[in-house]
Design a protein around this ligand. Sequence first.
Ligand code: L34
Length: 294
Amino acid sequence: MILLDGKKTSKDIKEEIAIEVAKMKANGKKAPHLAAILVGTDGASMTYVSAKVKACEQIGFVSTLIDLPVETTEEKLLQEIEKLNKSTEVDGFIVQLPLPKHIDEQKVLEAVDVDKDVDGFHPTNVGRMALDLPCFLPATPYGILELLERYNIETSGKNVVVMGRSHIVGRPMSILMSQKRKAGDATVTLVHSRTKDLKSITQQADIIIVAIGISEFLKGDMVKEGVVIIDVGITRLPDATKKSGFRLAGDVDFKSVSKKASHITPVPGGVGPMTIAMLLKNTLLARERHSVNS
Ligand code: L34
């Protein structure tokens, strides 16, 4: 069994980006600038956003964190987005999800300038992705493609089962894996909460990408020998023996599934760090595009 080490791979990618940034600076160009908007104090969101800011510092990016209170109105958030859209300093920005219930998420994502949408969540970027046009790929699916590529996992003609139809992971992942690309050309099945006879489908899979948000759902008896497993889930489960009071669990029952898998991502240290690395990659691409004009 080979562990698909997202921590190590993300470190490699960050080092590659840092070299590009150093070159930009040596040529008198501005370093990429990423901004992140965080609304509220959700523990997991705070962890992820601070990891993004820290990663920017590591590789020589400029970063701005816009920390807004949970009671922020939709109007105020849209004003902040407009400021970032207009800023000549910021190359790309994200609005960390989930947002508080009183804010219309779709309206917010549509307010982001398509050329600064380094999360790739704007409908224009999603549409461009589906049509194989140049776009910002959403960071988590992009990270999974990169992990599969860097570990030379053959996907062409393979049965790929994507579990979950979220806009952030399952839906884009199913589209990307079916496209003509290195980590692509697969025969994709997307399964969800209404799927019948799930086990018989997952047992046929050569590669399973699990993004359902139900901890330890996929068990050893649901997969075949030699399967490749990508676990996108990350749930905080209460654990009194931990200083933090919780432990992290994926959507995959690692103990039973890893016995049969040829390759598997751990949680933590799998897909999570790859998400951050690819967000940085998108921001570098945004800077390169903007620097054509400035
Ligand atoms: N707008 N919202 C927007 N963009 C995103 O790309 C995200 N996502 C998801 C949640 N909301 C978002 C993230 O950033 C999930 N996500 C994310 C990012 C990083 C990590 C996990 C999820 C990560 O670094 N995970 C570590 C463990 C971190 C911990 O200690 O909790 C890992 O090793 O998996």
